[in-house]
Structure formats: structure tokens, C-alpha cells
Write a protein that binds this ligand. Structure first.
Ligand code: GLY
Length: 377
């Protein structure tokens, strides 16, 4: 991965030489964006600072640069996640995202514009590499928030998006075939046994390192703020790997996978969507921040709520704690932020991180976590 030096990044974003806290509007060719007090910032899941789709910058770098150059914050964060959606090396979202149980890539996304108080979403969309842009088109061109399945695809076609027969890459198809081989459905006519075999095959593939744990519920959430305090966010995903066709998780659902209130802040999630949906935790976190809580404390409240709501044995480890992860990316309208996670480690034993980009360039930051260790055992 080619690293951009801090000096080069400062030069290309135009932030070099400016004190954000003191610069006046119009200074340095960035009209009206450098108001004292609020520093522009972008926060995302870690894949927002891992993939470049053959280019020079990651999602958070792209979004931050656009924000500091005066772009609309929603346009900026969507341009950022487009890099990951289009990157064939990332199998968590968009083109090459891991497919459903039938081998079909079905994508979910939603976006929300703080100042405009508008949102749009798509679910179970097939054939379009950038569902985040279709979500934005729903927001801008319809009276609705959420379009799904064939209807979403027809809408995308009518809006001029290219519809492809198959969004699998060689990588995503190979992984699906391996999963299929492991579950061998001919020998599992009983749906319960088949479901158990599917779960076992997924765990085996995780243990073998064939799929990354973050990509099992692979998603990117990206939220941004400019120096005017305008906040926007987007979440996009291929959802749960090998999911039941038609399954939709939290990502495209307002209040769950994403929620933005222009006066309060923006929150998005990755991880087990079903757990997040029960508490609509992005909304919950925004409401906690509205009551004055810091992003970290608001996020911890949501994680505690998810933990308390998880009591089915199949979702618990031997120690009684959840056997899945959920993570939130939180930004308030003052530019304060937090990344919070159920557990501090990834399945590979390494510290789990989220990504930010500010005037110091992009970096990966360890989460504040509710519990120590891994979600698996
Ligand atoms: N959080 C992504 C999903 O569960 O689909």
C-alpha cells in the first residue's frame, strides 16, 4: 500500500500552513469552510483506510480532501465509500462483495444529509456496483426513503446506472464455491441440518483464514463534518456473507445502520445487523448525544443495551457474553468522535481499529470497547 507522507497530504488537501482554529473564511482558497472551532473530520470503519482501488487515496482521505475543498459533506463521504465499493480486493461491499447463499451479490446502502434533513436507501439491490449512489438518487429524486429488490434495480436503471448480470469477482465466487462445497446441500435435505452446516462452514472458513471476520458482516460506514459543523453519513454493504436470499440487515435501515441529525451528529454501524436492529442503536446513540453525552459514552450505552438484549444460547459464548461483534462510528456536531466496539480484538487476536482523517492525515485508531477479548471462542 503506497503511503502518502503527511507533508504531501497537507499539500494536496490544502490544509498546510493554516491554523484551523484561527483561519478566516475564504483563506487559502477554501471559501467559507474555516470557521473557528470546528475542525473538519471523517470517521469510518477500518476498511475506509485500507483499500484504494488502484488509486492514491483511501476513502477517508478522499472524503476529507473533498470536504476541505468545499464539497458537500454527503458527496464527499459517498465519493470515499465508492473507492471501497469499486475495489475488487474488498469483498465486504459493492463489486466483489461476498454473495448470498445462491451466489448472488445483493447490496444494501443508505445515506443521510444532516443540513437537508433527507435520507435515501436501497436494499437487496442486484447489479449495481455503487449502491450508495443509488441510495442518494432515492433521496434526491423520490418521495421515499427505501427501495428494495427489483424495484430498486428498475429505479437505478431508469436513473442511468449500469446494471450488470453478476457483481462477483473471481475472489468472491471462489469463496462462495468453497462454502457451497463445505455445506454440500444434497446431503442436508432437512433445512435445519442445512442451516447448521452453513454456519459450521462459515466458522471453518473463518478459522482457516479464507474470509476475514470483518467481512462476514462486511460493511463500510463513513461520516463527515466540515468546519461549518455540517454532518452527513453513508453506510453500504453486501450484508452477511452467504445470507438467505432477500435477507436485509441493519445497514439500509435508518436509525439502525445509520442515523444523522444535523444538530446533534452522525452514527453508523458494522457487525451483526440483527443485534443492532432490535435497539435501532444509531438512533439511540444520537439521542444519547442530544442529552449531552459524549460520543464514547453514548456508544457504550448502545453496546450495553445490545448485550442485555442478547440471551438466546446460540448467540452466547460459554462465558455468557455475545458471540458476535457490533461496532459504531460516532461523530457529534462539535467534531468530537468515538469508535466503540463490543470487543477490543479482531478474531486474529489483533486490536480492532476504526479509521479517521483530519488535518494530520489518515490514521487507524483502536476502539473503546465494552469487553476485552474476541467475540469467538
Ligand atoms: N451490518 C451489516 C449487516 O448485518 O448486514
Amino acid at each position: 500500500m503506497k503511503k502518502i507522507k503527511r507533508r504531501e497530504f497537507m499539500r494536496t488537501t490544502g490544509v498546510a500552513g493554516l491554523s484551523l482554529a484561527t483561519a478566516k473564511p475564504g483563506v487559502g482558497g477554501f471559501p467559507n469552510i474555516l470557521v473557528p472551532g470546528i475542525k473538519p473530520l471523517v470517521i469510518s470503519s477500518s476498511n475506509g483506510n485500507s483499500f484504494k482501488n488502484g488509486g492514491d487515496v483511501t476513502a477517508v482521505q478522499k472524503a476529507f480532501t473533498m470536504i476541505t475543498q468545499g464539497a458537500d459533506v454527503l458527496d464527499a463521504v459517498i465519493a470515499g465509500v465508492n473507492i471501497v465499493e469499486l475495489d475488487p480486493l474488498d469483498d465486504s461491499v459493492g463489486y466483489g462483495g461476498l454473495p448470498n447463499a445462491d451466489g448472488v451479490v445483493q447490496l444494501d446502502a443508505c445515506c443521510m444529509h444532516g443540513p437537508k434533513k433527507r435520507a435515501g436507501g436501497v436494499a437487496a439491490l442486484e447489479g449495481v456496483r455503487t449502491p450508495s449512489l443509488v441510495a442518494k438518487a432515492v433521496m434526491e429524486n423520490t418521495d421515499h426513503h427505501l427501495l428494495v429488490g427489483k424495484g430498486a434495480q428498475e429505479f437505478a436503471r431508469n436513473m442511468g446506472f449500469k446494471i450488470e448480470d453478476d457483481l462477483n469477482t473471481e475472489n468472491s465466487r471462489r469463496k462462495w464455491l468453497e462454502w457451497k462445497r463445505k455445506i454440500d446441500p444434497a446431503h442436508y435435505l432437512d433445512p435445519k441440518k442445512r442451516a447448521e452446516a452453513g454456519r459450521r462452514a462459515t466458522l471453518e472458513m473463518l478459522a482457516e483464514g479464507r474470509i476475514r471476520e470483518e467481512n462476514l458482516h462486511g460493511t463500510i460506514n463513513c461520516n463527515g463534518i466540515n468546519s461549518k459543523g455540517e454532518v452527513c453519513g453513508v453506510t453500504t454493504t453486501s450484508g452477511l456473507s452467504w445470507k438467505m436470499p432477500g435477507r436485509v440487515g441493519d445497514s439500509p435501515i435508518l436509525g439502525a445502520g445509520l442515523y444523522v441529525d444535523g444538530e446533534v451528529g452522525a452514527v453508523g454501524s458494522t457487525g451483526r445487523g440483527e443485534a443492532n436492529l432490535y435497539g435501532l442503536c444509531s438512533f439511540l446513540i444520537v439521542e444519547e448525544m442530544r442529552r449531552g453525552r459524549h460520543p464514547k459514552d453514548a456508544g457504550m450505552e448502545a453496546l450495553r443495551r445490545i448485550k442485555a438484549n442478547t440471551y438466546e444460547k446460540r448467540l452466547l459464548k460459554r462465558d455468557g457474553n455475545p458471540n458476535f461483534y457490533v461496532r459504531f462510528y460516532i461523530l457529534n456536531a462539535r467534531g468530537e468522535y468515538a469508535g466503540v466496539a463490543m470487543y477490543d480484538l479482531n478474531d486474529n487476536g489483533k486490536k480492532a481499529t476504526f479509521a479517521i482523517c483530519d488535518e494530520n492525515g489518515p490514521q487507524n485508531v483502536p476502539f473503546d470497547s465494552l469487553m476485552q477479548g474476541k467475540h469467538s471462542e
